[in-house]
Write a protein that binds this ligand. Sequence first.
Ligand SMILES: *Cc1c(COP(=O)(O)O)cnc(C)c1O
Length: 484
Amino acid sequence: MKSLTELYDPTAFRESGHALVDRLADYLESAADADANPRHDPEELLEDYRNLLDKGKVTPADIFEKYIAESLHLHSPNYMGHQVNPPAPLTALADLTNGIINGSTAIFEMGATGAVMERLVVEKFTAMLGLSERAGGFLTNGGTLANLTALLAARAAKWPGGDSWSAGNGDLRPCVLVNEQAHYCIDRAVRIMGWGEAGVINVAADDEFRMRTDLIDDTVSAAKAKGLTPVAIIGSACTTSTGSFDDLTAIAAAAERHGLWFHIDGAHGLPVRLDPGRKHLLDGMERADSLIMDFHKMLMCPGLTTGVFFRDGGDAYRTFHQQADYLLSFDTREEEWYNMGRRTFECTKNMMSLRIFSLLACHGEGVFTDYVTRVNGIAANFANALRKRPDFELALNPDCNIVCFRYRPVTTTASASDLDHLNAILRAQVVAETAIYLVQTKLNDRTYLRCTFTNPFTVAVHTKTLLEAIALRGRALSEIRIAV
Ligand SMILES: *Cc1c(COP(=O)(O)O)cnc(C)c1O
C-alpha cells in the first residue's frame, strides 16, 4: 500500500511536474538551433533502454530527460522531414490535464466534457472548411482509422441490395477507385473489409501525380466488365509523397455520374482550405460524402488527432449498426450525438478534443490559418530557391508544404540510376553529419529528396544551409567519382 500511496502522492507530482514543465520550456527555448535528429542504432538504443529499465531506482526526471534528448526534435527549424507538426505547447498542457482526468468518450456519462467539446470542435472546423450546416462528424485516432471508418460508411450507404454489416460481403466483389499515388492505408482499409487485392483500383496519375480524372469513366466500365462493383471513389487531398491535390470537382462529378460514394483523404492537405492563396486546390470538397483530416500534420496538435466529416452528419451513424446494449441504447430514434461510441471505431477513446478546443478558445481560428499559410509559404520560397540553382531540380511545383527535389551536378553524364544512388547517399550524409533532418521518396522509380515544412520558424537561413550542405557533399562525391 505504501508504494501506491507514493505513486499517487500529489506532493511528489507537484514537484516533478514543475521540474518537468521547466525542462520542456528549456527544450522549447533551445530548439531554435537544435539538432533535429539524434541518430540511433536500433539495437544499441534497445540495450540502453533495457539497462534503464533494469537499473531500478531511476527518477521520472532521468527518464523524461533521456526521452527529450534522444527523440526527434520537431520544434527545431532544422526538422524538415515527415509530415508531423511540432505540437503547440498549449496542446501539451491539454494532454497533461487529460492525462490525469482521463476523460474517455464512448458514452456521455463517462466523457460528457469531451463529447461536447468534440461536437463544438467539429462544428467549428466544418464551418471553417466551408462545409454545409448539415455536415457533422467526430474525432478518431489517426488518418488510417479515419479512412477505414469513412469507407465502412460508404459500404453501408452504397451496398447494392442488402446489408453487408449483417450479411458480410457475400458474392459481391466491391471495389474503390483511387489515385495510384494514394496513401497505403486505403489499400489496407479495403483488405480489412475483405475486398482483397482486387478491391482497390488504381487510377493512373498525371505528371504532377494527380489522379487522371479523364480515365475514371473507362475505369468504372472496365471494373464492371470484370464483375466488380465500384462502391466509392477517393480523392487524395493531397498525396503523401508529393503533396499533389486531385481535381476534386472532376471526381465529384464522376461520383455523381456513377452513383459512387465520394470520399476525400485529406489527412495531410485538407487544412490547405484555410490558406487564402491556395484554397482553390480544394474546390469541390463540399460535394464529398465523407472527408478526413489529421490535426497532427498541419494543425499543430500532437498525434493522433483526426477529424472524420460527413456532408450529411447522419451518415456517420450508419457505419456501425451493431448492438452493444450494455453501452448504447437504441431505444430512441434520436441520434444521441453525445454518445460518441455510436459512431467511432474505438470504445474507450482518448479524449483529444481538449487539444483543439483550447487552441480555438484561447487563440481563435485565425491561428490555424496563420500556421497553414506560413508553412506553405516556406515551401514556396524553398521551391523558388531551388529553381534558381542549376545544380538542383524540382520534381514539381509544390501545392503545399511538401517539396520533392534532387541534386544534379551541372555537368554530368551520370545515368538516372547513378543520380538515384547519389541522392540517397547525400540524404544519408546530411542526416548523419548536420543538424537537419529530411527524407527521401521514389517518384516514377527515381529517388528524390523530400522536405515537409511543418515548423513555422524554419526560414531562408535553414533552407539555404540545407542546399549548401547537399551541394558541398554532392560536388565532393562527383569529383572523386564515388557515386557518378
Ligand atoms: C499521413 C496520411 C495518412 C495516414 O494518417 P495517420 O494519421 O498517420 O494514420 C493517410 N492519408 C494521407 C494522404 C496521409 O498523408
